[in-house]
Design a protein around this ligand. Structure first.
Ligand SMILES: Cc1cc2nc3c(=O)[nH]c(=O)nc-3n(C[C@H](O)[C@H](O)[C@H](O)COP(=O)(O)O)c2cc1C
Length: 397
């Protein structure tokens, strides 16, 4: 996609160089447009070199506007699928919120045709000022996206809210904004479960499995890219990417309770979590001493999260499960599909150690109509996108 990266005069401007690299590596065509104040922090030459395109805006020879036979601000505004202003000063947001255009970037922002995304960065007192918050509310009201700043150490030595958000979060917000939407999922609410569950024996010991949660998390991201509102219910320790609502859970029971709270408001469920089938019968409140340790561990069944939610499915909702199978993949998956009342099942071949924790994986979609062509082996992010496209075709008719 074509991304115009606007850089304004904040100390975080140097981070825009790395973002430009990330976007270029991510396959985007990137042009930079820097304000005069921005060019006092980083040079247009750096941005031009990193993007492989001329850097628009401030120019050491011609000051702000370059002599150009074309109407540059309109051309740039038409060219961009998305304008991302990173970092965004209080000044540029104030100008755009109030219709002011006194340099190239602010003029392009008023002429924008595509989406606009702001990643503000400033001192915490500036950030909290009512006029800044009012301008932000105005920009949000125009449909612009905002990646809120983070709390932390600020350049001037103070601590508080105002640090530029993490670049991976800004990158994720850009990806969400520019990814092609899938009509079957646009505006739909999708519940995704991911990760292992942990069944505790005592405050320090637990029963778990080797799932990392990567596949479910990538499925959640792919739905978000496709235009869905996603709620992720996740076990394990993976960082939840920007743009996903998430509930962190520990045990199978926690996962069921979290899912049940929101299931009726959802359009669909993809259950990718590796939920423990058993838990210890008793939980010891104090750490069990070596001498007192049980020689035999008694296990009892945990609730079946997927089957319970599928049994509570109302008309119009769909449910997709995962099956990790080491043999007779399709036959076992079809049996599970019927037994649990699922619409589709994605079969994960875990023979020879494939599946858990690895970055690459293959999946075979199975429905009541039979098995579809295997997807993969692919890295899990690309596999998740293939899965969501397949589901979009399947449910979108
Ligand atoms: C050292 C220094 C650091 C600054 N950092 C910020 C900042 O982080 N955020 C901000 O909103 N303004 C910051 N400013 C103020 C802006 O540079 C100033 O408002 C400028 O007019 C912004 O112009 P622009 O929005 O056209 O880039 C800083 C100024 C200086 C001198």
């Amino acid at each position: 996609m074509k991304i115009l990266l606007g850089i304004t005069g904040g100390i975080a401007a140097y981070k825009a160089c790395e973002l430009a690299r990330m976007l270029v590596r991510g396959g985007h065509q990137v042009r930079a447009c820097i304000t005069d104040a921005g060019s006092r922090f980083i040079t247009p030459l750096t941005l031009a070199t990193l993007t492989g395109e001329p850097c628009f805006g401030a120019n050491p020879e011609y000051h702000e506007w370059r002599p150009n036979p074309k109407v540059e601000h309109v051309d740039l505004a038409k060219w961009a699928d998305l304008i991302a202003v990173v970092p965004a000063t209080a000044d540029i947001m104030g100008k755009t919120a109030n219709g002011l255009a006194d340099d190239l970037l602010s003029t392009v922002l008023l002429a924008a045709r595509g989406q606009v995304l702001w990643a503000p960065a400033m001192n915490h007192a500036m950030w909290k000022h009512p006029s800044v918050q009012k301008n932000l509310a105005t920009l949000r009201g125009y449909g612009h996206a905002v990646v809120d700043p983070a709390v932390g150490f600020l350049a001037e030595g103070e601590s508080g809210i105002g640090r530029l958000a993490e670049l991976e979060d800004i990158f994720e917000a850009i990806q969400i904004a520019v990814s092609p939407k899938i009509p079957a999922f646009t505006g739909k609410r999708v519940l995704v479960t991911a990760g292992p569950t942990r069944e505790d024996l005592d405050p320090v010991r637990t029963l778990t499995n080797r799932s990392s949660g990567t596949m479910g998390l990538e499925i959640a991201r792919a739905f978000r890219y496709a235009g869905a509102e996603v709620h992720l219910v996740i076990g394990g320790d993976l960082r939840v990417p920007w743009g996903l609502e998430a509930t962190r859970v520990r045990s199978a029971q926690d996962m069921l309770e979290a899912c049940e709270k929101m299931w009726s408001a959802m359009d669909g469920l993809v259950a990718a979590a590796a939920v423990a089938d058993q838990r210890p019968e008793h939980y010891a409140v104090e750490k069990v001493k070596k001498s007192e340790g049980p020689e035999n561990l008694v296990l009892v069944r945990t609730p079946d999260v997927l089957a319970t939610l599928a049994s509570e499915k109302r008309s119009g909702q769909w449910v997709v499960g995962f099956a990790a199978e080491s043999e007779n993949h399709v036959a076992n998956a079809q049996a599970k599909l019927v037994k649990k009342g699922l619409d589709a099942i994605l079969v994960n071949d875990i023979s020879q150690g494939k599946g858990f924790g690895n970055q690459g994986n293959s999946l075979t979609p199975v429905t009541s109509k039979g098995a579809s062509a295997v997807m993969g082996p692919l890295p899990k992010d690309r596999l998740a996108q293939a899965v969501v496209h397949w589901l979009g075709d399947y449910f979108g008719g």
